[in-house]
Design a protein around this ligand. Structure first.
Ligand code: PLP
Length: 392
């Protein structure tokens, strides 16, 4: 009988029984190794033959052993697809996916709402390798009007970084398919509650650093696809880059994922309680959260997602400088850039960064991004309430 995904996630990575005493620890250990030993030449040759047939086998520590394989299985269970490559961070996954699928002289369409460092990839790598980029808004632009003879790929993020702009991924994927383009999506926000591959997307990249690990002590990423041709390209590039992941980081992520479903549910519940509070506060002009019923992306979120999490943005009725004072007054929300851990975080968002996002409305100058953690929500609301007191 096929099990629910939450059940599958608890059982992936169970340690096998010892053949002599028939006992096993509950979970797999972290298998650290820089290389593997073969029992004899025949075993080595057999493994090499499998590799020659396109099978993924371990011949050296860089591709990892059982701990890594179990984490790959986790990503496949969550994202769908049939092929997963781990990498050392979410950004490394984005970079690896894009460099695997593009070559010098290509053109790529990138949604303007993406995680900021993607623009750094453009500035530092794409420009040097003559890869041409057009940033676009799927809500405003049609792909058919943007493509060039050398366009290969669409790269998108949904919901978008900073303003949580929900994209109509099935519509975007359909347009891309008609034009012969592959689509890569950053599904870090949606990992566990959103399946871009099932909506027509070709490749999903995830920063496991966030909710997969969930404890703010690991940097890790994954690339998942169901397309054999793309998988081949990604795997070759991973090998060429010498990309590797520490077994301990894979192990911590495997441990983190055991509580993914319950953590996400609690983050989402706390977040809706915080949104209720914020929506009634006279100093709040807008909440950006697709799970919030007044958000413009709410209908798409209802259609395409099975849950939500703790990441939202809030526009305050004050100056950007006063919003910084508000951030300083918070005590339970740490000032920091990440999200997806158990803890609450806050980030002041510069209007200069928001200018890149066509979804942004220029009156929203005082914007803060909140990660609503697993603290008692009454305490989080009390913290926000006292911080609002510093606003005029
Ligand atoms: C949406 C999104 N994608 C990717 C990343 C990159 O992840 P990492 O920090 O593991 O490189 C982040 C990090 O904040 C992110 O917010």
């Amino acid at each position: 009988m096929k099990k629910q995904r939450d059940t599958q996630l608890l059982h992936i990575g169970s340690a096998p029984f010892d053949p002599t005493d028939h006992i096993a620890p509950v979970g797999l250990p972290s298998i650290r190794t820089s290389t593997v030993r073969f029992a004899n030449m025949a075993a080595l040759e057999q493994t090499m033959a499998k590799r020659a047939m396109g099978e993924r086998v371990t011949t050296y520590g860089i591709s990892g052993m059982q701990t890594h394989r179990a984490l790959e299985e986790v990503f496949l269970a969550i994202e769908g697809g049939s092929y997963c490559v781990l990498s050392s961070s979410g950004l490394a996954s984005i970079h690896l996916a894009l460099m695997s699928l593009l070559k010098a002289g290509d053109h790529i369409l990138i949604t303007d709402n993406v995680y900021g460092p993607v623009r750094v990839i453009n500035e530092t790598i794409f420009k040097r390798f003559n890869i041409d980029v057009t940033f676009f808004s799927p809500a405003r632009d049609r792909l058919s009007e943007l493509i060039k003879p050398n366009t290969r790929l669409v790269y998108a993020e949904s919901p978008g970084s900073l303003l949580m702009e929900m994209l109509d991924l099935p519509a975007l994927a359909k347009q891309a398919k008609q034009l012969g383009l592959s689509v890569v999506v950053d599904n870090t926000w949606g990992c566990g509650i959103y399946q871009p591959l099932a909506l027509g997307v070709d490749v999903s990249v995830v920063a496991g650093t966030k909710y997969i690990n969930g404890h703010s002590d690991v940097l890790l990423g994954a690339i998942v696809t169901g397309r054999d041709d793309l998988a081949q390209q990604i795997h070759q590039m991973q090998y060429a880059f010498g990309n590797s992941v520490s077994a301990d980081d894979a192990w911590l992520s495997l441990r983190g994922v055991k509580t993914l479903a319950v953590r996400l549910r609690q983050h989402a519940q706390n977040t809706q309680a915080v949104c209720q509070f914020l929506s009634k506060h006279p100093k709040v002009s807008r909440i950006y959260d697709p799970a919030w019923p007044q958000d413009p992306g709410h209908q798409i979120w209802r259609r395409d997602c099975t849950g939500a999490n703790g990441l939202i943005a809030v526009s305050l009725k004050c100056t950007p400088h006063q919003a910084q004072a508000f951030v300083d007054r918070l005590s339970l929300f740490g000032i920091g850039f990440s999200w997806g851990g158990y803890e609450s975080l806050v980030q002041w968002v510069s209007p200069a960064v928001l200018k890149n996002h066509s979804y942004w409305q220029e009156r929203d100058l005082a914007l803060v991004r909140l990660h609503i953690g697993l603290e008692a929500v009454e305490d989080l609301i009390a913290d926000l309430e006292q911080a609002f007191e510093c606003l005029p």
